[in-house]
Design a protein around this ligand. Structure first.
Ligand SMILES: [Zn+2]
Length: 136
């Protein structure tokens, strides 16, 4: 099954399918290493810090803060028809940071670093799913 993202990453498919199914229900699932405590979103099955595979799932709230962003004018081929678009780094309220497209921007106020943003789920064609930031 290939559900998450614009393109599939084959070796993550079973794990990412479960992640995508939770996203569809509105559950934002991260993982936390039981050995060293490092958290990951998108979730990972193994820890990039200590290489442990003893991970637990944690649910995080969709709200966060805009840390930084960039506007992409020269996109990769898979995103050719989207440019220009905004890629942002957001920080969730638990301190975990992630990168996603920022959509729904209607004024420069929406691009102020430190403003509130949140993750929303977007369904694509062919039963695929992605998450994006929107101004909150
Ligand atoms: Zn670890």
């Amino acid at each position: 099954m290939k559900k998450f993202g614009y393109v599939s990453v084959e070796h993550y498919v079973p794990f990412m399918q479960e992640f995508a199914e939770e996203l569809e229900k509105g559950n934002i699932i991260a993982t936390k290493c039981k050995t060293c405590g490092t958290e990951y979103f998108p979730p990972r099955e193994e820890c990039g810090n200590c290489y442990s595979t003893d991970m637990e799932k944690i649910k995080i709230e969709p709200e966060g803060t805009l840390v930084t962003y960039t506007i992409i004018h020269v996109p990769p081929e898979s995103h050719a028809n989207m440019a220009p678009y905004i890629v942002a780094v957001g920080e969730f309220n638990n301190g975990l940071r992630t990168m996603a497209h920022l959509v729904g921007v209607t004024s420069m106020d929406d691009l102020k670093v430190g403003r509130k943003i949140k993750i929303v789920v977007q369904k694509l064609e062919n039963d695929r799913i992605v998450y994006k930031f929107v101004p909150a």
